[in-house]
Design a protein around this ligand. Structure first.
Ligand code: ATP
Length: 330
């Protein structure tokens, strides 16, 4: 840590933006306590960038973040702000930051949140650090985003329950999980839930081939099957794919859409630890004098990258995990 900058920073601000994710609260707690440990005050901004524009603020103390490590959602609330996408909105945001003598802003959210922070920094020179908080895990520069593994646990538990019915009634179930543009949740929950396949936007979905494999599985004595579908698969959502399977393969199918429960719930141990490590790292970056960056975790080490990495680089799916599903469904 560079102590020379430590003297300069008296106050920082934190906000959560975009979709909420379990683990945002542990990250807020870590930011507040790391700052206070370093004798820095913290201003909480409510409702994401809208709160910054409209001066919806709350001073955060060590005590105000007590008892939140196990809570899902975000104590600062989250929002998607249209106004912040315009330069006038960002100027209003700067006014609020100046009013409270804040010298660094930490944003917890997804790539859209990073774009906003990047725009603010580019236009005003204000120091910004991004912390990856989204269940989708679709941010390059970090192996995991905060909330991902809790969402995977939730999806896995739902798959476990659906399996009971699938087995009892010899049925083919399609379970739809979140992931409009990315299949990380689908892939991980399919492996953890022992599904036959994960249909994801990153790989080509071949319905004919899928029906063939289901048929072969039946011949080998499989009495039920579960297929996990990412909502953004190129063949459609789970309901649309189920219809195609019924038409092409003659199977009777059942569909279960897990939905918003994947975003909620108490954060898993992994997400609490990740939120704590990345929240701490974000404050450390401001103390070092970093003016614009994102923090992430790679190979179990905290790393930093330019914010632009989140939208300039596409995070690729782990191909080994894709093949693993095939091997496990033999
Ligand atoms: P999630 O992955 O959960 O969707 P996200 O951070 O990507 O999270 P977005 O709704 O895309 O969610 O972005 C959050 C907010 O960031 C937007 O509502 C907007 O205020 C701001 N934002 C997004 N893109 C830009 C941009 N290009 N310029 C300025 N602000 C932006």
């Amino acid at each position: 840590m560079c102590l020379k900058n430590k003297e300069k920073i008296k106050k920082i601000a934190v906000l959560t933006s975009g979709g909420d994710s379990p683990g945002m609260n542990p990250a807020i707690r870590a930011i507040v306590r790391t700052a206070i440990y370093n004798k820095i005050e913290v201003l909480g901004i409510k409702n994401g960038y809208d709160g910054l524009i409209n001066d919806w603020t709350i001073p955060l103390t060590s005590r105000s973040v007590g008892g939140i490590i196990n809570k899902g959602g975000t104590m600062l609330f989250s929002a998607r702000s249209e106004d912040f996408q315009k330069p006038a909105g960002r100027q209003a945001a700067l006014k609020t930051l100046k009013k409270y003598n804040v010298s660094g802003l930490i944003v917890i959210g997804g790539d859209g949140t990073y774009r906003g922070a990047h725009a603010l920094h580019n236009e005003t020179g204000f120091s910004v650090i991004g912390v990856p908080g989204t269940i989708d895990n679709d941010i390059a520069g970090t192996d995991y985003t905060i909330g991902f593994y809790t969402a995977v646990d939730t999806a896995m538990q739902a798959i476990d329950k659906i399996r009971d019915t699938a087995v009892s009634h010899n049925r083919l179930f399609l379970v739809e999980v979140m992931g409009r543009h990315a299949g990380f949740i689908a892939l991980a929950s399919a492996i953890a839930g022992g599904a036959e396949d994960a249909l994801i936007p990153e790989t080509k979905t071949d319905i004919k081939e899928l029906c063939k494999r289901l048929h072969e599985g039946k011949k080998r004595g499989k009495i039920s099957s579960i297929i996990v579908v990412a909502e953004g698969d190129e063949e459609g959502n789970a309901i649309e794919i189920a219809k195609k399977i019924e038409k092409k393969g003659g199977y009777e199918t059942r569909v279960s859409v897990i939905g918003y429960q994947q975003r909620g719930g108490s954060p898993s141990a992994l997400d609490r630890i990740l939120g704590t490590r990345l929240g701490n790292a974000a404050v450390e970056e401001l103390l070092k004098g970093t003016q614009s960056a994102m923090v992430g975790i790679q190979q179990n080490k905290v790393v930093t990258h330019p914010l632009e990495m989140a939208w300039k680089e596409k995070k690729s799916i782990n191909k080994t995990l894709v093949s693993l599903i095939g091997i496990m469904s033999v």
